[in-house]
Design a protein around this ligand. Structure first.
Ligand code: SIN
Length: 288
């Protein structure tokens, strides 16, 4: 039976029905999934009781997987392709480092020189209420800018930092994180390599625009983030256990809302598909 698609919102996203990811994905189904991924930016598969190996195997259909060398504390010890997004305490009882992962608007791995093509996030334990994730369509966000603003931002680069909100990391690990992930300048406008469409590439990890002072940069960054995350560009995902959610980082941005009672368990696991080379290590010489 051919797969069925159900739109998730006006702006982006579709639910894919009729596929059991415990089975190898047939080529005809894969082609339909891939076309839907390019068309909708976010795909939802409900009720997928898959193993870690099946999660990794399906993710590999999208491309080479990141082994998360730049986030060594968050990856699984035996499956480096899996990044833990969890509030489960560590074995010594201390809080998880990844309990606040994603709580800023961002596109995955934008602070690296091969930012993610896509991400596949599986919900294993989700809170009874909240813990939602927002997604926004960065092609619509770009298309709806004025021609003058498009001209202004063409050629500008945003400097992406890897620091997270409330990381809870020790000073030593913060320093190691900065060593592993120096700030990277990425174009504010990127051309999607498969659809050819232009998309805004900005988020709350952008602290400055290259070659501009923080004072000059901030109003433009604030405007672009506010514009890109207007509610009518957004889909809000309410998690159910065994959801697999897949997004195209080249034309969407997302935010983990953190809108849940932290006494409830939230444990998700993510694979990250490597994208093409983009950006350069930032020139932090700021014009004063
Ligand atoms: C992420 O940014 O990969 C995590 C999103 C979430 O936890 O909802």
């Amino acid at each position: 039976m051919p797969i069925e698609l159900r739109p998730l919102s006006y702006a982006l996203g579709a639910e894919v029905r009729g596929l059991d990811l415990r089975e190898p994905c047939r080529d005809a189904d894969w082609q339909a999934v891939h076309a839907a991924f390019l068309a909708h930016g976010v795909l939802l598969f409900r009720g997928q009781r898959i193993t870690r190996e099946q999660h990794i195997a399906f993710s590999r259909r999208f491309g080479t997987l990141d082994r998360h060398e730049s986030l060594p504390l968050d990856r699984d010890a035996t499956h480096p392709e899996l990044l833990m997004v969890t509030n489960d305490p560590k074995p010594d009882g201390s809080p998880s480092n990844s309990r606040y992962t994603g709580q800023m608007w961002h596109s995955d791995m934008s602070f690296t020189l091969a930012p993610a093509l896509g991400s596949l996030l599986r919900g294993l334990h989700v809170p009874p209420v909240g813990g939602d994730t927002l997604f926004t369509n960065m092609v619509l966000a770009y298309d709806s800018l004025s021609a003058t603003m498009k001209g202004l931002i063409e050629g500008l680069h945003g400097i992406h930092h890897s620091e997270r909100k409330n990381s809870g990391l020790s000073a030593q690990w913060e320093a190691e994180n900065r060593r592993l992930n120096p700030p990277v300048a990425q174009p504010l406008v990127r051309v999607h390599p498969e659809t050819g469409r232009k998309a805004l590439y900005i988020g709350e990890k952008v602290k400055c625009l290259e070659g501009m002072t923080p004072e000059e940069s901030q109003p433009l960054i604030d405007f672009l983030v506010r514009h890109a995350t207007r509610p009518h560009f957004v889909y809000r995902h309410q998690w159910q256990a065994d959801d697999l959610l897949i997004w195209d980082n080249r034309c969407t941005a997302h935010l983990a809302l953190g809108d849940y009672d932290p006494r409830h368990r939230r444990h998700l696991e993510r694979t990250t598909v490597l994208g093409t080379a983009s950006g350069h290590v930032a020139d932090l010489e700021v014009v004063q």
